[in-house]
Design a protein around this ligand. Structure first.
Ligand SMILES: [Zn+2]
Length: 378
């Protein structure tokens, strides 16, 4: 990045931190790190007693990146690490859109996929399965290709690396197999061996319930029902079948090739699990992660935190915009696809084009290395 671009972005970052003071839960027990365009964490082992001390430092340093520890320490600035005296750590999940040919301009479909996984993780795992109260969960855009979830439930506070690994494995469904959910149960009835095809009840907890409810959803489709057994099109037969399913009995009616059919639903379900979590971030109990509401210096977006309810319609390029809409001039240096910022669109641009676009979009292109600010000598 050219020097005059760095200066200009640095001014924008300064203005942002004059307007926004990140509110940090238990700020005084965290370690902080600041980064530059070259290095995301350039200085670390920093400590701020209060939010306003942090805000002052941000206004002065205008860092391109700000991270803080998920961990809490007695002495956050001490080093080496052991001298900090680790007290515990928030439970963190970092979800990033998987590799795709959209490259550095993450496409809307990638953003949507990862948004959906974040929603599933928060609602169906953290709240439903782990019972974490909603007010202890905060979500923020990572600033680039995904989302972070921070959970502050005391029950998880002092879990070590191995325990956090198990939580991560549970969430990604590591090791779940069809055979653990669908099987033939053998029982003696009137001196005869009776086999019943059993499956997960939608009422069950954990994965059994999740898969059971997935099946229930699939069965709501009349066409799918017809492929299992034509008799299921009859309302009374269907009701009786579903009463069985409710108790995990999938055998009240004969279903041809049931293994194959249920396996297909199981595999579909497994594909939708929040698998794009960075397991290392969850397990590493002294990692520094992006500070919520700080600027991400690779995109110019804010790692803006928001209430979980808002995630359904979240649109990062609109909702995490940080530098406003004042028009600024740029020269495009490489091809840029059309990009939707919610209230406006930019592109597609060919290299060499001069454009006047809103500041947030201009900073994004400059930070992606696809444009340079106009009107200075560089
Ligand atoms: Zn994509």
């Amino acid at each position: 990045m050219q020097q005059h671009d760095i200066m200009k972005i640095s001014e924008m970052i300064g203005a942002y931190y004059h307007a926004v003071t990140p509110k940090v839960h238990a700020v005084g027990t965290r370690e902080f790190g600041f980064g530059s365009p070259e290095k995301k964490i350039e200085t670390r082992h920093m400590w701020f007693k209060t939010d306003s001390e942090l805000a002052n430092a941000l206004r002065k340093a205008r860092p391109f990146y700000v991270s803080y520890s998920a961990a809490h320490y007695e002495l956050p600035a001490a080093r080496p690490m052991v001298k900090k005296n680790w007290l515990g750590a928030d439970l963190i999940f970092d979800l990033d859109a998987p590799a795709h040919d959209c490259g550095k301009f993450t496409c809307d479909s990638c953003l949507e996929k990862i948004r959906h996984q974040t929603e599933t993780l928060a609602n169906e795992f953290l709240i439903d399965d782990f019972g974490i109260p909603k007010n202890m969960i905060s979500v923020n855009f990572s600033g680039n290709r995904g989302y972070h979830i921070h959970a502050r439930d005391q029950r998880f506070f002092d879990l070590n690396r191995e325990a956090r690994r198990e939580i991560a494995d549970y969430i990604t469904g590591t090791g779940i197999r069809y055979e653990d959910f669908f099987y033939l149960e053998e029982a003696m009835k009137n001196k005869r061996l009776v086999k019943t095809f059993r499956g997960p009840s939608p009422k069950a907890g954990g994965y059994h319930g999740k898969i059971g409810r997935e099946l229930e959803k699939a069965l709501a489709d009349g066409k799918f029902r017809g492929t299992l057994n034509r008799k299921l099109k009859d309302a009374a037969v269907f009701a009786s079948f579903m009463a069985g399913v409710d108790d995990g009995d999938y055998d009240r009616i004969k279903i041809a090739d049931r293994e194959e059919k249920f396996k297909a639903i199981f595999n579909d379900f497994a594909k939708k699990l929040p698998r794009e979590i960075d397991v290392n971030v969850t397990c590493d109990v002294s990692k520094l992660i992006r500070l919520p509401d700080s600027i991400h210096g690779g995109s110019g977006f804010a790692a803006r935190s928001f209430q979980l309810e808002k995630i359904a319609g979240y649109m990062p390029r609109r909702d995490a915009a940080a530098f406003g809409n004042e028009p600024v001039e740029i020269s495009v240096t490489e091809a840029v696809p059309e990009l939707d910022f919610g209230d406006y669109k930019i592109g597609p641009y060919a290299p060499g084009a001069a454009q006047k676009i809103p500041k947030t979009a201009a900073a994004y292109l400059v930070l992606k290395g696809s444009a340079t600010f106009h009107g200075s000598k560089g």
